[in-house]
Design a protein around this ligand. Structure first.
Ligand code: PLP
Length: 414
């Protein structure tokens, strides 16, 4: 392996995966059409980009962006805000909006790492759901990726208020939840328990398929603007989309009861959010091609990958690569960082991060801090030493970055 011609291998891989790239393009076209028609239907104009100050009363840009977002997501309503600081914050807004003391959240699989503190798994944070008297239970997903449907339906109890689903794999060696499977889960649970509220962690899933969770029956979904739907342009922010009454409750959590979605300014304007959303279907497609390329390249270098390059549909932009050893994780991340446009001289090391239990190493030489859609690799330093790769503002950049990572990886194994 040491003397491998990486450039030739990369060319061969690109040739091999062509049909999958074409399938990705087809989805991007459908998503782009949906976004465009939402912009036109809401009569987006130049003045909507300008923003506002102070309370932001009557901010037409904010209101229009919310409505465009709702249309794109197949939702009744949405709030899209730079005041939502991250995906975790957006999801917390959704959970706190819906849950009241005595309620239970039933999660399919373990929620993403940063949600553990929000929910209060493993030691109640004073501000967590657990501290409020909301409990959380988990139905383990099956390793093969099949949803344990019967088990899930029977696990719903009299106090179960929320069914919590995560679209992406997160930091786990498992399949994500594609929308067809999500639709099946929601229908099965609703049939027996019509009153349940379905909340979806949509991080990394936006625009990967040709619909979004509200279009398959989710009551609420939430995510981050520095991931998929920000299109690489949104400087910060998050969103909550879904049923109008629940979105209003989430808005009251974000601001205050009585104020809800009617306040909040954007002194810098909304152009980057509108333009980022407009570009998002294309950028997500580029990132997906990067993931497909990486999956096949790393597989040909002898590593187990999930999903495989030709596994369709994908449910998120994340590519998991099992490297098996901590030194390899560090080498891969070092190489990816070295291939970045920003902070290429920095050497990533594992360290503590707020919200994460294990040390995490992150390679992200990004224009926007932590914007993993640009191209990033990260890994919790734990068995089985899997690195999670995502993003790529262009597939060409993704290829160059992945090759830089592989060069370092081959060097480490020498
Ligand atoms: C990134 C992510 C989150 C948390 O988002 P932050 O913006 O990092 O707070 C939650 N769930 C999933 C699946 C994610 O990928």
């Amino acid at each position: 392996m040491a003397n491998i011609d990486l450039a030739a291998l990369a060319d061969a891989v690109e040739e091999e995966v062509r049909a999958v790239y074409a399938a990705v393009d087809e989805i991007a076209l459908a998503n782009h059409a949906r976004v465009l028609s939402a912009f036109r239907a809401e009569r987006v104009s130049d003045f909507h980009m300008r923003g506002s100050t102070g309370y932001g009363y009557g901010d037409a840009g904010r209101e229009t962006l919310d409505r465009v977002w709702a249309r794109v997501f197949g939702a009744e309503a949405a709030i899209v805000r730079t005041q939502i600081v991250s995906g975790t914050h957006a999801l917390a807004l959704g959970l706190f909006a819906v849950c009241r003391p005595g309620d239970e959240v039933l999660s399919l699989g373990r929620p993403y790492d940063t949600l553990a503190d929000v929910i209060g798994l493993g030691g109640a944070h004073p501000g967590s759901l657990t501290a409020l008297g909301v409990t959380c239970r988990e139905v383990a997903d099956e390793p093969g990726g099949d949803v344990p449907l019967d088990e899930l339906v029977t696990a719903v109890g009299p106090r179960t208020k929320v069914l919590y689903l995560q679209r992406s794999r997160g930091y786990a060696w498992r399949r994500g939840l594609d929308l067809q499977s999500m639709a099946r889960v929601i229908a099965a649970v609703r049939e027996r328990h019509p009153g349940i509220t379905v909340l979806v962690d949509n991080c990394y899933g936006e625009f990967v398929e040709d619909r979004e969770p509200p279009a398959v029956g989710a009551d609420l979904c939430a995510g981050s603007l520095i991931k998929n739907p920000g299109g690489g342009l949104a400087p910060t922010g998050g969103y909550v989309a879904g049923r109008a009454d629940l979105v209003e409750l989430a808005a009251e959590r974000l601001t205050a009861p009585g104020l809800g979605a009617h306040v909040g300014c954007a002194p810098e304007g909304y152009r980057l959010l509108f333009q980022g959303l407009f570009l998002a279907p294309h950028i997500v497609a580029e990132a997906l091609k990067g993931a497909v390329f990486a999956a096949r390249l790393l597989e040909r270098l002898g590593y187990a990958v999930l999903p495989k390059w030709d596994d369709l549909p994908r449910s998120d932009i994340v590519q998991a690569i099992r490297l098996g050893r901590p030194e390899r994780i560090l080498a891969f991340c070092r190489g990816l960082q070295r291939g970045s446009p920003v902070d290429a001289h920095v050497i990533p090391e594992a360290g503590p991060l707020p919200g994460y239990a294990d040390g995490v190493v992150m390679a992200a030489g990004t224009f926007i801090q932590g914007a993993s859609l640009e191209l990033s690799a990260d890994a919790p330093m734990r068995e089985p030493y899997v690195v999670y790769l995502q993003g790529g503002l262009s597939r060409h950049y993704a290829r160059l970055g992945v090759m830089a990572a592989c060069r370092e990886l081959l060097e480490a194994d020498r």
